[in-house]
Design a protein around this ligand. Structure first.
Ligand SMILES: Nc1ccn([C@@H]2O[C@H](COP(=O)(O)OP(=O)(O)OP(=O)(O)O)[C@@H](O)[C@H]2O)c(=O)n1
Ligand SMILES: C[C@](O)(CO)[C@H](O)COP(=O)(O)O
Length: 231
């Protein structure tokens, strides 16, 4: 299985002046944890690491400190996550028929989650890891003040990554999105817009996306629970 890791963001919501994936989480840069989990997955055979060229020397140093058990190719990122994944798809080796896409910022995903997604992708054209929403969610008017409605929680799932797709279909969806100016925050949304089915794979409650400084503190807490030897 081929894996693309979008890692070309800035981390504006982190308030950082550099890519948040290079910030420290315990004793290592955040992206090192993501790479370690992908490397430990039995199913992943090749990793495309999508980044901004100014971060490549840091990525090289991270890989040199913990050499992964599979090839890693650097791919130039775009100005949005959507563009970065588009670039990644163009650089997949020709033999890649299916692909998993996993945010570099979801650094607590386990090797087992990668393996379960890869296995499920043998039986469907598109999937995402997701978990049922715990909160009651309100749809609020554009004034950000008044509730318009309360959707049925039984139908609400929080989207995570990995997300996985047949490469040919995902490329078609990205091409269509690009030509029609669609702006989406995940790849499943492109599949949905093209009326293609996306299956749910049970995600992990601990598979948070490190977006804000508070997420970084929570990720550190979870990592200490998962890896008691690091305490
Ligand atoms: N141009 C971009 C923007 C984002 N990403 C990646 O997409 C994932 C999810 O994005 P997000 O958490 O929003 O990261 P940032 O864009 O860095 O954060 P922010 O939106 O706060 O600036 C991250 O692994 C990020 O590196 C990317 O590859 N290319
Ligand atoms: C792909 C994703 O992680 C699923 O939860 C998320 O949509 C990324 O979006 P963001 O807007 O970059 O946080």
């Amino acid at each position: 299985m081929h894996l693309l890791i979008p890692a070309a963001g800035m981390g504006r919501r982190m308030g950082s002046n550099r890519n948040k994936l290079l910030l420290s989480l315990l004793d290592r840069p955040l992206i090192a944890w993501t790479l370690e989990a992908a490397s430990a997955s039995r199913e992943i055979r090749w990793i495309g690491l999508i980044g901004q060229p100014e971060d490549w020397p840091d990525f090289e140093a991270i890989l040199a400190a913990n050499p992964p058990s599979k090839p890693v190719q650097f791919i130039q990122g775009g100005s949005t996550r959507q563009e970065s994944v588009y670039n990644g798809l163009q650089e997949l080796p020709p033999e890649a028929t299916s692909v998993l896409i996993h945010d570099g910022a979801r650094c607590l995903a386990t090797p087992d989650l990668f393996d379960r997604c890869a296995e499920s992708l043998r039986h469907c054209p598109g999937l995402i890891a997701a978990i049922p929403v715990k909160d009651t969610i309100k749809i609020v008017g554009r004034d950000s003040q008044t509730i318009e409605k309360t959707p049925d929680r039984a139908q609400l799932w929080a989207a995570q990554t990995p997300q996985g797709f047949e490469v040919a279909l995902l490329k078609q969806c990205h091409d269509r999105g690009k030509s029609l100016g669609w702006e989406v925050t995940d790849d499943a949304a492109l599949f949905e817009k093209c009326d293609l089915p996306v299956q749910i794979v049970p995600g992990e409650e601990t598979n948070l996306k490190v977006t804000t400084p508070m997420d970084l503190a929570i990720a550190e807490f979870i990592l200490r629970q998962q890896r008691p030897e690091l305490k």
